[in-house]
Design a protein around this ligand. Structure first.
Ligand SMILES: CC(C)(COP(=O)(O)OP(=O)(O)OC[C@H]1O[C@@H](n2cnc3c(N)ncnc32)[C@H](O)[C@@H]1OP(=O)(O)O)[C@@H](O)C(=O)NCCC(=O)NCCS
Length: 223
C-alpha cells in the first residue's frame, strides 16, 4: 500500500471533497451523464457535512493527495432537511430549468407522484433513535479495494462508540452490490426492503432503489 493517511477534514479539502462527490456520484462512476451541474450536486450531497458539521468528516490522503472521504453526521435530526436542500437548489441554482439537470428534476417529480400513489415513497429523512448517526463514503477508483474504505469506516465507528452514540445508518443504491457487500463486511445490516429512488435511472433507463442499512454500536443494543 502506498502512503495512506486517514485524517480529519480541513476547510482546504472542501473543493476536493466536492469534486470526488461529483465524479463518483453515480454508483461510484461520474454522474455527469444525468446531472450536468457539479455545483448543485455537491451542494445537495456534501453541503451539510462540509459546511455545518465538518468536525465529523474524514478524508483519506494517499501519497499526499485526498482520494476519498467519509462524511458523517452524529445526530441526524440536526442535518438539513433533504427537501429544503433540494428546494434551495431549485430557487438559487435553477436546477428545474437548467438543461443539465431539469430532465432529472422533472422525472423525479413524476416518480414521486407515481410512487406516492403506490405507497412506496422513501421518507424525506430516516429517523430512528436506535441509529441516530449516518454517513456517506466515496473513494476515487484508484483508491478502492485496498482497505481505505474499511479504515475510514472503522475510524468513524470508533468515534461514535466513544461518543456513546447508539448506532449508525446509511443509505446506498441497492443495485450498487459492491457497496452493499462492503457495508455488510463492515458490520451493517440491510433494513427494510429497497425503495425506488425518485429520478435515478441506469444508462438503460431502469429505476434504482435505496437500500437502508444499520449498525448498532453500544453493547446490549439490538438492531
Ligand atoms: C464502497 C467503497 C467505499 C469501499 O471501499 P474500499 O476501500 O474499496 O473497500 P475495502 O478495500 O476497505 O474493503 C473492505 C471489505 O469490504 C468488502 N468489499 C469491498 N468492496 C467490495 C466489493 N466491490 N464487492 C464485495 N466485497 C467488497 C471486502 O470484504 C473487503 O474485505 P477484504 O479486503 O478482506 O476483501 C469504495 O469502493 C467506493 O468508494 N466505491 C465507489 C463509491 C460508492 O459506491 N460509495 C458508497 C455509496 S453509499
Amino acid at each position: 500500500m502506498s502512503d495512506l493517511l486517514i485524517r480529519p477534514y480541513q476547510p482546504s479539502d472542501r473543493a476536493r471533497v466536492r469534486h470526488i462527490c461529483f465524479v463518483t456520484g453515480y454508483i461510484g462512476e461520474p454522474v455527469e451523464w444525468q446531472w450536468r451541474d457539479a455545483e448543485s450536486f455537491s451542494n445537495i450531497f456534501t453541503g451539510y457535512y462540509t459546511d455545518a458539521e465538518p468536525e465529523s468528516a474524514l478524508v483519506a490522503e494517499i501519497d499526499g493527495e485526498v482520494r476519498g472521504y467519509l462524511l458523517g453526521c452524529i445526530d441526524s435530526s440536526k442535518a438539513w432537511n433533504p427537501g429544503t436542500v433540494v428546494g434551495r437548489q431549485i430557487t438559487r441554482r435553477g436546477i428545474a430549468l437548467r438543461p443539465g439537470t431539469a430532465p432529472f428534476v422533472w422525472r423525479a417529480l413524476g416518480d414521486v407522484v407515481v410512487d406516492a400513489a403506490h405507497k412506496r415513497l422513501p421518507a424525506a429523512a430516516f429517523s430512528d433513535p436506535r441509529w441516530p448517526a449516518h454517513l456517506h463514503i466515496d473513494l476515487l477508483r484508484d483508491a478502492r479495494g485496498r482497505g481505505v474504505g474499511a479504515a475510514l469506516i472503522r475510524r468513524w465507528l470508533d468515534t461514535l462508540r466513544q461518543a456513546g452514540v447508539a448506532g449508525c445508518y446509511l443509505e446506498t443504491v441497492a443495485e450498487n452490490t459492491g457497496a452493499v457487500a462492503f457495508f455488510e463486511a463492515m458490520g451493517f445490516e440491510k433494513r427494510k426492503k429497497p425503495i425506488p429512488a425518485p429520478g435515478l435511472r441506469s444508462p438503460a433507463g431502469a429505476r434504482h432503489h435505496v437500500q437502508l442499512m444499520v449498525q448498532s454500536l453500544q453493547v446490549g443494543s439490538g438492531s
